[in-house]
Design a protein around this ligand. Structure first.
Ligand code: NAP
Ligand code: 3JN
Length: 346
């Protein structure tokens, strides 16, 4: 019989947390007892889960007593403060924030790519990568296994849901303001903390997260550093440009790769057709290619528009799309927990 777990969802009222709850039910995750944790603002409010109504609790260290599995998506500072408290009380933590991702003692896991890393969790914490990184490495790993990989250059087209519920609401409000001929109000993007805010309706914004000192944004540096860590390829050349687009859910990526060995488009099709978690959507004669509107609510990572570079036989271009709140966040976290259960690590 499958082990039944006591699960805590931290950030249960958020964009990622609500997808966690939906997918725990959808995937029939073995739950004995579940706790819904959020900020003091939400404590005492009601939340529906699997046909029943529960009360949200404030996330405190004591809330993790008796918890086997804690799924965190309430921001880096909450994870910094509370993930070690949960782990100290015996919970396995799967953290969706960037706080622990580059810690050498914390595995950063996409199960299709580096499931083996789950065997060693010295801090009791596993990090879930950034959404844009997950879908890219899921698609690149099977290609890398067959042909080797030396370089990755990616430009992203990221949906507003990556920036939380408030950003989804803002895109919807701005679209309505445009339609009504009213002034468009911008208060959230590119980041809440920045001095300037730009509209996202009818716009694209070439900034996700704040700028680092080298001119790349934190989102871009996450993609660069996390890709190298997950693929265990510190010398891989990676560059990223991350862009916000007026799409509610589903991140898209234009990716250029260089392989160690020569390959054909047909050989890459053959590899991706059999790859776990990947759906090949590439039939240009019938205009078949991945698009975020069709990826929303779906579990796989979709890949299409695969072309050989015209000047480099080892160079290939492709288009990768996935639901950023599912494979990019909640689903990947649940798949990590499922893999641990299967391997008797939880
Ligand atoms: P969101 O929609 O704004 O939700 C934030 C959640 O965090 C809410 O449940 C909120 O509870 C809770 N929270 C805020 N402050 C808290 C506190 N002091 N203590 C406990 N809970 C608190 O944001 P989201 O899009 O779900 O993202 C949440 C976090 O997930 C992000 O900050 C990021 O670290 C991570 N994330 C990861 C990815 C990824 O790429 N893997 C993608 C998106 C987000 P209240 O309702 O009570 O305020
Ligand atoms: O903007 C996106 O599309 C993805 C955003 C992810 C995110 C948002 C706020 C904080 C993260 C993340 O997971 O990298 C964080 C964080 O640094 O924890």
């Amino acid at each position: 019989m499958t082990k039944q777990l006591t699960v805590a969802v931290v950030g249960a009222t958020g964009a990622v947390g609500s997808k966690m709850l939906e997918n725990l039910v959808k995937r029939k995750f073995p739950i004995k007892h579940i706790k819904f944790l959020a900020s003091a603002r939400s404590a005492g409010k009601q939340i529906d889960f699997s046909g029943q109504t529960y009360t949200i609790e404030e996330a405190t260290p004591e809330a993790f007593e008796g918890v086997d599995l804690a799924l965190f998506s309430a921001g880096g500072s909450v994870s910094e403060a509370l993930a070690p408290e949960a782990a100290k009380r015996g919970a396995v933590v799967i953290d969706n924030t960037s706080h622990f991702r580059m810690d050498p003692e914390v595995p950063l896991v996409v199960p299709e790519v580096n499931r083996h890393a789950l065997k060693d969790i010295p801090k009791g914490i596993i990090a879930n990568p950034n959404c844009s990184t997950i879908q890219m490495v899921a698609a690149l790993q099977p290609i890398r296994e067959k042909f080797g990989l030396t370089k990755v250059i990616v430009s992203t087209y990221q949906a507003v849901s990556g920036s939380g519920i408030a950003a989804i609401d803002e895109l919807k409000a701005q679209s309505a303001q445009w339609e009504a001929g009213k002034n468009v109000e911008a208060t959230i993007l590119p980041t809440k903390a920045d001095k300037k805010h730009y509209p996202i309706a009818r716009n694209v914004i070439p900034q996700i997260d704040k700028f680092t000192e080298n001119g790349y944004t934190y989102e871009e540096m996450k993609m660069i550093n996390e890709t190298k860590k997950i693929m265990e390829m510190p010398a891989l050349h990676v560059a990223a440009t991350c862009v916000r687009v007026p799409v509610v859910s589903g991140h898209s990526e234009s990716v250029y790769i260089e392989l160690e060995q020569e390959a054909t488009v047909q050989e890459i099709f053959n590899v991706l057709k059999n790859a776990p978690g990947i759906v090949l959507q590439d039939d240009i004669s019938n205009q078949v290619y991945p698009m975020p509107i069709y990826a929303e609510g779906e579990e796989p990572t979709f890949v299409g528009r695969i072309r050989q570079d015209l000047d480099n036989k080892k160079g290939f271009h492709m288009w990768i799309v996935a639901d950023n709140l599912l494979k990019g966040a909640a689903l990947n976290s649940i798949q990590i927990a499922e893999a641990m259960l299967e391997d008797n690590l939880l």
